[in-house]
Design a protein around this ligand. Sequence first.
Ligand code: MG
Ligand code: MG
Length: 248
Amino acid sequence: MVTRKSSNQIAIMRRAGRVVAEMHAEARRVAVVGATTGAIDRACRAVLDRRGARSNFLGYHGFPAVACVSVNDVVVHGIPGDRVLAEGDIVSVDCGAIIEGWHADAAITVAVGAVDDESRRLIATAEAALAASIEQCVEGGTLGDLGAASMAVVRAAGFDYLREYTGHGIGTEMHEPPEVPNYGKPGKGLRLKAGHVLAIEPMVTAGRPGVRTLDDGWTVVTLDGSRAAHCEHTVAITDRGPEILTRP
Ligand code: MG
Ligand code: MG
């Protein structure tokens, strides 16, 4: 069920990962006060075109864009469009690329102009939770180690994590087994081996737990309207430790 990728296959995924990193660099440049969420999507699309890569988001169960663009209380799966970014917003950009049939998937959360302290801390916590999980991506470690590390960072910051959505394996499909929860118990769950490639994606909320999906069938918002941050990398487990494939 959980496949192991060869070093040649990981090399292709690394190329896809670099395209995703470039999409994020463009998204950061575009995500300023007065820009629309649609402009972020178009910037990501331009990178895919320039690099000859395909989108794994566009058309996925009918998703209409190459990036999920999620503002403030939208946790994930926001549809880019006419919404104009305002000073103090936080916006997550989740996107991916396919090269020669191999996928990469990553997300960042960006501050638009000057944001309040809680929002800044929320983004930093999602990034730290992701980093803590990645540190656990070693042969002989377990998925429970990843989840426990992420959860500990989020709890220490006084925030909460989403139970409803998880990370995932990735390879010739964007979503492959296993599920990669952002919570867990050390030593429990799948034992990691070289060649496993995981998309790890903590989703951190500032308020009470619980989300719902809007009538568009995509947009996931917090029930209490509190803000959320989402970060993701595609990570290969190698015999030399973790390799982040979606790093610039
Ligand atoms: Mg993603
Ligand atoms: Mg993902």
